[in-house]
Design a binder for this molecule. Sequence first.
Ligand code: TLP
Length: 343
Amino acid sequence: MIIDLRSDTVTRPTPEMRQAMYDAEVGDDVYGEDPTVRELEEKAAEILGKEAALFVTSGTQGNQTAVLTHCRPGDEMILEGESHIFLYEGGAAAALAGVQTRTIPGQNGIMDPSDVRKAIRGRDIHYPRTALIALENTHNKAGGRVIPLENMQAIQQVAREHGVPIHLDGARLFNAAVAAGVSPAAFAACVDSVQVCLSKGLSAPAGSILAGSAAFIEEARVWRKRLGGGLRQAGVLAAPGLIALTRMVERLHEDHDNALLLARLLNDIPGLSVDVEGVETNIVLCDISGTGLSNEAFIARMKVAGVLAGPFDDGIIRFVTHREITTSMIREAADRISGLLAV
Ligand code: TLP
């Protein structure tokens, strides 16, 4: 048995989702005629406490549609130095929106509101316009850490004082909500636009939601079309998305419990070290430098033992728990890793 802990993106649709795909009522969504997509967008807007929502193909498309809608070429956006938009979206903000990024170092993904304040540009003919602040919750590169609501509120205060909108990359916002006991809408209330992924821990086969004001979403719909994201009978993808939003959130705590268990078990293995306290959701960052192995060698050995995980940083391997990983699989994975280091 392969134990795949590379990402929660590997989750396959549930039988209920596959049935819903088969049964979905569909129409041409570019004409606004797909009833299932409309239902998903309305439900998502309601859950996130926003006026409107848009079904997009991926998290990256949702984030970049937001950047394009908020900014103009030559503008600057402020974001955390290890954020997904900065690190892992192929330079799309520069390539597509012509937007310059201004990064701020965070603590576990958390930006200090006073650093954000200092980074906002004053009016000067030499300066770009600060057009956007982007946040990420949970923060992937920080190991699935939750950005506390109070921090988001403090940044919102700074942004309001300067009239700068905020976008939230909430690819794993539901994980943050479950872990913090805060509603997704409360987090989303701190920002002008929010992107949430349906295809990660929530197990839908594809798609994300971008939500915001009605005027913002109207403009975002134009950008989505320009990006080639206007889908036709997309109800077949919206149907599992609806199940993801309405029925898959309540089980996320199981993934968090499994991540904590994995963190403890790995930390007990000589040569491995995990900041167990820092495991708040479904991501575990494991420092393997004590083994003397390179990331590539460690990953290759794990693969032979049937455990898959991903390289994240020098000497750091990322493990992500999800719906298809049971508690016994976590114990089995830790046993196999312990075994491969013992030889
Ligand atoms: N993250 C993927 C990889 O790209 C790293 C993963 O396996 O974690 N925002 C955040 C915070 C993300 O973690 C991701 C995907 C995205 C955006 C992009 O979503 P997709 O892959 O749907 O474009």
